[in-house]
Design a binder for this molecule. Structure first.
Ligand SMILES: [Zn+2]
Length: 180
């Protein structure tokens, strides 16, 4: 089964998401839909902090929480705030290929040396820091992680539609992730 669903025309958007803020996000970003005017956020976007990604969406359209790998496990209060106070009723999680939160162990030495050389940390502190946090932030695989994170958030916020999306850094387009 193809894991990514590309969106090159409106009909490619899964019908359940059409005419919702989730479908609109795809229309703005992928299909160059002219921007509408918003005076409040319509959607919460959870996406990676990676510098290679930029969303094409109108002002005021979205709350955006950026964190390594689009991992919202440690941002739950902000998610709840966006729903409770910000009144958004839709969430998308956007993973991307080539994510730095995959296989953190491979960058352990670079991480530690970087903190020592650039931030003035002692080597021992930097090692301890890495070993404490790396297991919390490691995502394993970009697509599987987004699917599991979407499942987790659906249990937590059962009335909120949550779509798992993928950003391909080669073409800067958003894709739906096919859910098994
Ligand atoms: Zn990333």
């Amino acid at each position: 089964m193809e894991k990514l669903i590309s969106v090159n025309k409106i009909k490619d958007i899964p019908s359940g998401y059409l005419n919702t803020p989730i479908g609109l996000l795809l229309e703005y970003h992928n299909l160059d839909k002219p921007y509408d005017t918003y005076d409040r956020a319509q959607i919460l976007v959870g996406m990676c902090m990676d510098n290679r990604k930029h969303l094409h969406i109108p002002d005021n359209f979205a709350f955006i929480i950026r964190s390594g790998g689009a991992n919202l496990r440690y941002s739950e209060f902000k998610v709840s705030y966006a729903i409770g106070v910000g009144k958004v009723q839709h969430i998308v999680l956007i993973g991307h290929n080539n994510c730095g939160m995959v296989n953190l162990m491979a960058r352990k030495n670079e991480f530690i040396e970087g903190l020592v050389n650039s931030a003035g940390w002692e080597k021992e502190k930097a090692e301890e820091h890495f070993h404490h946090y790396a297991p919390m932030f490691e995502i394993g695989n970009e697509i599987d992680f987004i699917l599991s994170e979407a499942k987790r958030l659906r249990l937590r916020y059962p009335a909120i539609p949550i779509a798992p999306l993928f950003y391909r850094i080669e073409d800067n387009k958003l894709y739906f992730i096919n859910e098994p």
